[in-house]
Ligand binder design. Structure first.
Ligand SMILES: Nc1ncnc2c1ncn2[C@@H]1O[C@H](COP(=O)(O)OP(=O)(O)OP(=O)(O)O)[C@@H](O)[C@H]1O
Length: 299
């Protein structure tokens, strides 16, 4: 649905997106993560056709996006700082959206009025920051986009509204296979809705994974062996991290669970437990393995 291949983008002489490739499948929610200045906004503006790429290609619905009006009718981009015509009320803006987006659904707009509970006759600039963000979601979700691109979408929203908006997004993905690209500098913020994660750092993709794969591929275990040393196990397992707490070894191991169990049990441990591993830990160990300091990327 979104196919980004080897794109670059420079501002004056500075390259801020360097040979970036990834793809987002139809009906998928893809989290684009990265620290401040990593290039997330720039990539999103390129995919939305607001900026012109340097090298490479960007296809949305199989077509080049830049200056492609028919594709833009089906794609909504919510920037990190939403822009509104200052004197417009929500109702007036809804008419503007109706003109802009070919899939606009008036019935949905009316239904969502109850979810957001905002006065549609009020000028948007008179709303608070969080309420303005709600307005963008109200209008954007009524536009029924096939592709929704969200730059730091939950900033300024309270916890209840975050949950409501996340479930609206998930509903659209489940019911009509909307494709979503979400940027964030916080993994915890997006891990509950994304099925794929890509990490951008200094304008380059460091890591791209399907979340289910990640969760089944890395395990945290603790083992103790009486008098037997841990040496043989170290040679047979792909250990990303280890520490010793008294006689107990805590290991982060990459591999299939069944294979790890078999290997460990061959050495008759006196203690063997599998411990829960958070997604955040998985990323830290994965990235640590690749030799990168990730603490600033995932907070
Ligand atoms: N219009 C511009 N002119 C010059 N440099 C720019 C422009 N837009 C972005 N940059 C530079 O590109 C780099 C990436 O910026 P970008 O906004 O894409 O990062 P980001 O990952 O979205 O960061 P944040 O999490 O802070 O929003 C930064 O070094 C920034 O200074």
């Amino acid at each position: 649905m979104i196919e980004v291949k080897n794109i670059t983008k420079s501002f004056e002489k500075e390259t801020v997106v360097n040979d970036v490739s990834f793809h987002v499948e139809k009906g998928s929610i893809y989290g684009l993560l990265g620290s401040n200045g990593a290039g997330k906004t720039t990539v999103m503006r390129l995919i939305s056709g607001i900026l012109k790429r340097g090298a490479g290609s960007i296809h949305v619905f199989g077509e080049e996006i830049f200056e492609n009006v028919s594709v833009k009718h089906r794609l909504v981009f919510i920037p990190d700082t939403p822009y509104f015509f200052p004197q417009y009320t929500v109702k007036q803006l809804s008419r503007y959206y109706r003109e802009m987006y070919s899939n606009w659904n008036e019935e949905r707009y009316q239904k969502l009025k109850n979810v957001f509970n905002l006065n549609e006759n009020k000028k948007v600039h008179q709303f608070s920051k969080g309420m303005q963000r709600q307005v963008t979601f109200w209008l954007s979700l009524s536009a029924m986009p096939d592709v929704l691109i969200l730059d730091e979408p939950f900033d300024g929203l309270d916890a209840v509204m975050r949950r409501k908006i996340k479930s609206l997004i998930i509903q659209d993905v489940a019911e009509r296979e909307m494709t979503v690209l979400i940027s964030s500098h916080n993994l915890r913020e997006v891990e509950d809705i994304c099925d794929h994660i890509g990490i951008l750092h200094n304008g380059e993709v460091l890591l791209e994974r399907e979340l289910d794969d990640l969760k089944t591929d890395i395990h945290k275990i603790q083992v103790a062996f009486g008098n037997t040393a841990i040496g043989p196990l170290q040679r047979r397992l792909d250990i990303l991290y280890q520490e010793k707490r008294g006689s107990v070894h805590l290991l982060i191991v990459r591999g299939q669970e069944e294979m790890i169990n078999k290997t460990v049990e061959r050495y008759s441990p006196i203690l063997y437990d599998r411990l829960p591993l958070t997604l955040e830990e998985i990323f830290i160990y994965e990235m640590g393995d690749a030799g990168y300091a990730i603490e600033n990327i995932i907070v």
